[in-house]
Design a protein around this ligand. Structure first.
Ligand SMILES: [Zn+2]
Length: 375
């Protein structure tokens, strides 16, 4: 059971109402509760947190990261990019597959303070045997295996299919057709990574349905979602209209200011912000979820918009009801952060620099109503 806390005097960002308001936040036994109820029932047991000068939001969700440390080449420590950076929920996007999910569960999920969920790679190997996991069709998870693992493991929230040339080699679109069949049977979303073709986007988008997620949607490589003049592929427009979701998935080479700016100018849709963070892009160019959010601020999105993108929008994408909200009775995961002065240029995956005079910085992180990180 978590603690009873009143967080005082901070600026509360409520993603559901898209408002910022100075008020207190009450937590009783690990869940959000009205201040009066906390005072009446917890009395002397209340712990007070002074948040004056800081913002308070529901815990941030990063729905694309790689944290299968030691068993994959790129895995980074979960809590380092999790609670220590104000991220209370991380979704590992395809580092593990059917054959090594239990190892992932034992070594990462059960050892981390951060809540860890998983998009299970449709390759049984995940990323444990290198980064061409869909080159051999015999490695694809079967429906029976899928049913078994989704039935048993509540932390598995969807499938991951990395659909770019270096991953699929000669398999083409076949792994995604297989993923489509699995997802239909299992009733779960697919997160699709896009990159260099083949397969091309004209083959990929028609296979996606409402609730599926396209990560790296704003990459700056050739043959992306929009062309050089800012027009979106008709197949991508159709997908958005069907309810397919776009996700940033910054990564080493997958986020372009230029493409993001053009999309912002010409199209109006909501999206999620995630990092695709791992050991080799942690320092540069990704930094953290908060730095990635700051880059979106620099592109003209508002603070409430970027907070919504990592709370309520991410929770809806993952079909989570306890996360991303201040609703009374839900789990008290909280991110308290500051907007500090900044003179470091913000760099995208293409090496383009933006100057922005502020940067989001973690201050205090709560998980289940307990302090998990304090600056
Ligand atoms: Zn990734």
């Amino acid at each position: 059971m978590g603690g009873s806390i009143i967080i005082q005097d901070g600026l509360v960002i409520d993603p559901e109402t898209a408002t910022i308001e100075k008020k207190d936040v009450g937590i009783l036994n690990g869940v959000f509760a009205p201040i009066e109820e906390v005072r009446n029932l917890a009395g002397d047991m209340i712990k007070y947190i002074d948040a004056s000068g800081y913002y308070i939001a529901p815990g941030f969700i990063d729905l694309h990261a790689h944290i299968f440390k030691e068993y994959t080449d790129l895995g980074i420590e979960a809590d380092l990019v999790g609670v220590k950076q104000g991220v209370t929920t991380i979704v590992d996007a395809g580092s593990s597959g059917y054959d090594n999910y239990h190892l992932f569960k034992e070594t990462i999920i059960e050892k981390s303070q951060t809540e860890i969920l998983s998009f299970l790679n449709i390759s049984r190997n995940g990323l444990c045997n290198g980064l061409s996991e869909l080159a051999n069709l015999e490695d694809l998870m079967t429906l029976e295996e899928g049913i078994e693992i989704f039935h048993q493991e509540g932390s598995v929230v969807g499938l991951k299919a990395r659909m770019s040339k270096s991953v699929v080699k000669d398999s083409g679109i076949k792994p995604l057709e297989h993923a489509r069949n699995l997802a239909n049977e299992l009733q779960v979303p697919i997160m699709v990574h896009i990159g260099n073709p083949p397969p091309n986007l004209q083959e990929i988008f028609p296979l996606l349905q409402e609730g599926d997620i396209v990560t790296h949607a704003f990459h700056g490589k050739k043959h992306g979602v929009i062309n050089e003049t800012g027009d979106m592929l008709p197949e991508a427009v159709d997908a958005l209209n069907r309810g397919v979701r776009f996700d940033v998935g910054h990564g080493t080479s997958s986020f372009s200011y230029k493409k993001m700016k053009m999309m912002k100018e010409h199209y109006d849709f909501s999206f999620t912000i995630s990092t695709d963070i791992y050991n080799r892009n942690y320092l540069h160019p990704v930094g953290s979820l908060m730095i990635t959010m700051t880059k979106l601020l620099a592109l003209g999105y508002s603070l409430t918009e970027v907070v919504k993108a990592v709370t309520i929008q991410a929770a809806e994408t993952l079909n989570l009801v306890e996360q991303g909200t201040f609703r009374q009775g839900t789990r008290a995961d909280v991110t308290i952060f500051g907007l500090e002065e900044n003179d470091t240029p913000l760099i995208d995956s293409e090496g383009e620099e933006l100057v922005y005079d502020q940067v989001l910085k973690p201050y205090i992180t709560l998980r289940n109503g307990k302090v998990a990180y304090m600056k």
